[in-house]
Design a protein around this ligand. Structure first.
Ligand code: FUL
Length: 711
């Protein structure tokens, strides 16, 4: 036998000793499912961008029809991927996911799989490649690149076809090839995004040809995933239908996830949509939630939404309800017709980035003394100090038998604070089921009640990160208590901040009478407004109660102003069409029908329980009006009663009706916002909105509001 050298023997002994010490250190064992390295890397990105850009941008649609929208329409005048990447970088984002192909089927790269791509557009004489340009820009700004490829393709003629032998030519030869092209030509891809193949129907060739697919089997996801994993082993997969992917949708596009948010789901099968919001406590697979929302109401650019960009308070709220609740924040920019992130969007997102920096600038816990009620094996390695050492791999933990434990953060002197940030070391699983937070104020402990969830059961889950907002207090200590946990707590980080107050703009509505009502979001601030399109300031008219109007169209702008700090909110702006004073819903005797035309988006009229689709609402406008469009807002709460396909008729005698418009409300199920439809000028006194099909395939139809657009 070969003799070991002195050096090798010594090394072996050292390794043995280290291992023995490690074993003695008795680290907590992982509990339940744990994240993969890919999922951890992704979660640590926290904030990244979505970019929606396609033929839709030029047709003013949310869902394009494919071949009905000529590739020739795609012609940005000043496309600049560098600008997209710069804005995202300055906003503090870590990556960009691009709609390389949306439902229309139009590809932003010169694919070999179809002619419906940039290749056949006038942009750069068909020689351009937006995925390639963005990949370069991302590299330049140190951002990661992600790809959205819609499984649903409204352009490809083979979409939805399944051969006699069970194979699907679209999936095998087109869809997978498109994925392959995107995953092999543009460097590392951090995330691939498959929306829920929403409509799931194949519309192609301009004609409405509906091919029903079996969403569970049609895409053969297991083999598609296998291909992705072999081409890009570091890429995470997002999918809200079909086979369980690496990441999950949180069940809404309005920008929040539940306060209770388990990064767990079941390995097999779908969970009810409602549960996507909370995850599943006893789930057997690690599937964390990603909060996707747009900076504007729509995902694609519509000029009419230039004044509807989410403002600083709204973006802040979304931050706390996504990253602050164990999710990531995927914020969409609709690229405009020039091919740029619009200046209004840039302004708001950069103001938000600045506010985030200010909020999280000074961590009050950093120099505080941390005292734990229990430390695992009394071993320093698991000591309380680890939660403020800035090292994400060290943590505080307790003995296995301990199921409730607390940490006191002692600031020595009273400090002003309103945010508490806490993180579990998720490599060891998500363990904590609930916790409480108390503050030591004027000699006694006080529950910070305003962040407790229903039932007063504590603040529920933590996961990768949880941020608790509470009213500003002056406290000398905070006490964080784990009240219920699956296994001993493992806390890697705690931070405490005093976030500057942000004034929220007021909410404006127009009553049926035509009066304008402005509601501030808090009792303290004053409201100032203008009706002449100028920007309101504290020297504008002060709001003292309902503003009477002459019933004509009106644009109102308002701010909230706090006299003590001399600060004002950003501007709330509403454009109202003519007042609905003389309107009557005439095809019913139900007095609740007025809810559909009362100007209040929080009241909804439902009809249709005993009738079959189609279902009409008929409104007498009181006199002949010059119509160029209409608007529909579905219920903003439950039940939805949302309809997806409509016809719109006008009449002057309530007998002879003319069909002036028909079509679909794209994406209304996931994003139940105002739907605006424009048509050629029509003079009419009566309008009829016909619901043809709703999202639940029953006959319930709800109207939070219907409205007209006049010339
Ligand atoms: C949904 C799509 O239908 C929308 O158009 C948008 O792309 C959104 C992010 O996903 O499923």
């Amino acid at each position: 036998m070969k003799k070991l050298s002195m050096k090798t023997t010594l090394l072996a002994i050292i390794i043995l000793v280290i291992n023995a010490c490690k074993a003695q250190e008795n680290a907590p064992t992982p509990y339940g499912p744990v994240p993969t390295e890919n999922q951890i890397r992704w979660q640590e990105m926290e904030f990244y961008a979505f970019i929606h850009f396609s033929t839709n941008t030029f047709t003013n649609q949310e869902w394009g029809y494919g071949a009905a929208d000529d590739a020739q329409l795609f012609n940005p005048s000043n496309l600049d991927c560098d600008q997209w990447a710069r804005v995202c970088k300055e906003a503090g984002m870590k990556g960009i996911i691009l709609t390389a192909k949306h439902h229309s089927g139009f590809c932003l790269w010169p694919t070999e799989t179809t002619d419906y791509s940039v290749k056949n557009s006038p942009w750069m004489d068909g020689k351009g490649d937006i995925v390639g340009d963005l990949a370069k820009a991302c590299k330049k700004y140190g951002l990661k690149l992600g790809i959205y490829i819609s499984p649903w393709d409204r352009n490809h003629s083979s979409y939805g076809i399944v051969d006699a032998n069970g194979s699907s030519p679209y999936v095998e030869n087109i869809f997978r090839k498109q994925i392959e092209e995107c995953l092999t030509k543009y460097g590392e891809i951090f995330e691939i995004w498959f929306d829920g193949a929403n409509g799931g129907d194949g519309y192609y060739g301009g004609a409405k040809t509906v091919r029903r697919i079996d969403r569970k089997t049609y895409y053969d996801w297991p083999n598609t995933y296998k291909m992705i994993r072999s081409l890009q082993p570091n890429c995470v997969i997002w999918n809200d239908k079909g086979d369980r992917a690496d990441l999950r949708w949180v069940g809404t596009e309005s920008g929040y996830v539940g306060e209770t948010n388990w990064s767990l789901l079941y390995k097999t099968g779908d969970v009810p949509k409602k549960m996507l919001r909370y995850g599943v406590e006893d789930g057997d697979a690690w599937v964390p939630g990603e909060v996707n929302t747009s900076i504007r109401p729509g995902w694609f650019y519509h000029e009419s939404e230039d004044s509807r960009v989410k403002n600083l308070p709204k973006l802040m709220e979304t931050y706390y309800k996504s990253i602050g609740r164990n999710g990531t924040f995927l914020l969409n920019f609709p690229i405009d017709k020039r091919g740029l992130i619009h200046e209004n969007d840039e302004k708001e997102v950069l103001a938000f980035a600045k506010a985030i920096k200010e909020t999280f600038a000074t961590d009050l816990a950093k120099n505080a003394k941390i005292i734990a009620s229990n430390v695992r094996d009394n071993n320093k390695k698991f000591g309380a100090i680890n939660v403020t050492d800035g090292n994400k791999d060290t943590y505080w933990s307790t003995d296995d038998s301990v199921k409730t434990a607390s940490l006191i953060i002692d600031f020595d002197k009273p400090k002003t604070m309103n945010r508490f940030l806490v993180q579990e070391n998720i490599r060891l699983g998500q363990r904590i089921k609930s916790f409480t937070l108390e503050a030591f104020v004027n000699g006694e402990w006080k529950q910070l009640k305003d962040q407790l969830v229903a039932n007063g059961n504590g603040t529920t889950t933590i996961g990768y990160k949880r941020i608790i907002s509470f009213s500003t207090i002056h406290a000398s200590k905070l006490r964080f208590t784990v009240t219920e946990t699956k296994a001993c707590p493992v806390i890697s980080n705690i931070e405490v901040y005093n976030a500057p107050q942000i004034l929220v703009p007021p909410v404006i509505m127009r009553e049926k009478s035509g009066n304008l009502i402005i509601t501030p979001s808090d009792k303290e601030s004053e409201i100032y407004y203008t009706l002449d399109e100028t920007m309101p300031t504290p020297t504008s008219k002060k709001y003292l109660g309902p503003i009477a109007t002459d019933g004509k169209k009106v644009t109102i702008k308002a701010i909230a102003y706090e006299a003590s700090s001399k600060k004002n909110s950003s501007v709330a702006e509403e454009k109202f069409d003519i007042a609905k004073k003389n309107w009557v819903v005439i095809n019913t005797t139900d007095p609740k029908a007025t809810d559909a035309i009362d100007g209040n988006v929080n009241t909804t009229w439902y009809q249709g329980n005993n009738s079959k689709m189609p279902i009409d609402i008929v409104v007498d406008l009181g006199k002949i009006e010059e119509l160029i469009g209409f608007r529909y807002l579905p219920s903003q709460s439950y039940p939805p009663g949302i309809f997806t396909h409509y016809q719109f008729y006008t009449s002057n005698d309530n007998k002879n009706w003319e069909l002036v418009d028909e079509g679909e409300f794209s994406n209304i199920k996931n994003n139940p916002l105002w739907q605006t439809k424009i048509f050629p000028l029509e003079s009419a006194r009566y309008i009829k909105l016909r619901a043809e099909k709703n999202t639940l395939s029953n006959d319930s139809v709800g109207y939070a509001e219907i409205d007209i657009i006049t010339k």
